[in-house]
Design a protein around this ligand. Structure first.
Ligand code: NAP
Length: 170
């Protein structure tokens, strides 16, 4: 297909505009790549989620129909970093995530959070090689600060049925 043909096809197919939060992250990159393969109008952003005014301006600029949040504090070199950097972790994983979700809800923008995870551990009802967890199961792992932020966020989500939430079950 020629470049002009591709552009015409894109205009034809793209009734939806996607904005992926966490532009340089691993999952955000994968999401953007997949969406672009489907000839979608896809944008990514690095705007800090906790900066409400900047979040508003980004939404005004891009005018997305769908926001995918794949940003979050994962710690470097790993989540142990979060134990000693609690303010930064809460700022991103709780305040920031809820901020973007809230601004999207106020504007009626479909918002999916791809940023939860590490919130379950095996127990009597869910043994190794057992049935596994489903998204409606309440979190049962609060054993690291990183997981605690994600697990509490998940509980807020469960109480807010209008939020679409995609759990990365681990
Ligand atoms: N990968 C997994 O297996 C997995 C499993 C379960 C859950 N998750 C969750 O899924 C999300 C993405 O994971 P990932 O593996 O793609 O992590 P990643 O590669 O570390 O990417 C996270 C991205 O989010 C950005 N970010 C952090 N705080 C932000 C904020 N307040 N505002 C805007 N951007 C912010 C980071 O930018 P900076 O580096 O500039 O802060 C980074 O680009 C995370 O929330 C993670 O906890 C991942």
């Amino acid at each position: 297909m020629t470049a002009t043909g591709r552009m015409a096809r894109k205009a034809e197919v793209s009734v939806e505009t996607f904005l992926v939060w966490g532009a340089e992250g691993w999952i955000a990159g994968k999401l953007a790549e997949l969406l672009k393969k489907g000839v979608r109008d896809v944008h990514t952003t690095k705007v800090r989620m906790e900066e409400r005014e900047e979040v508003r301006q980004e939404l005004d600029r891009v005018k997305p129909t769908h926001v995918l949040i794949a940003a979050g504090c994962t710690g470097r070199p790993n989540v142990d970093w979060c134990e000693d950097h609690r303010e930064e972790t809460v700022r991103s994983n709780v305040i920031g995530t809820l901020n973007v979700v809230d601004v999207c809800a106020m504007r009626n923008i479909h918002c999916t959070v791809f940023a939860t995870g590490c919130i379950y551990q095996y127990d009597k009802e869910h043994p190794w090689h057992g049935p596994g967890f489903v998204e409606t199961d309440p979190p049962n792992f609060f054993g690291s600060f990183y997981s605690m932020t994600k697990a509490h966020l998940e509980q807020v989500r469960a109480a807010s049925p209008s939020i679409t939430w995609f759990s990365l079950l681990q």
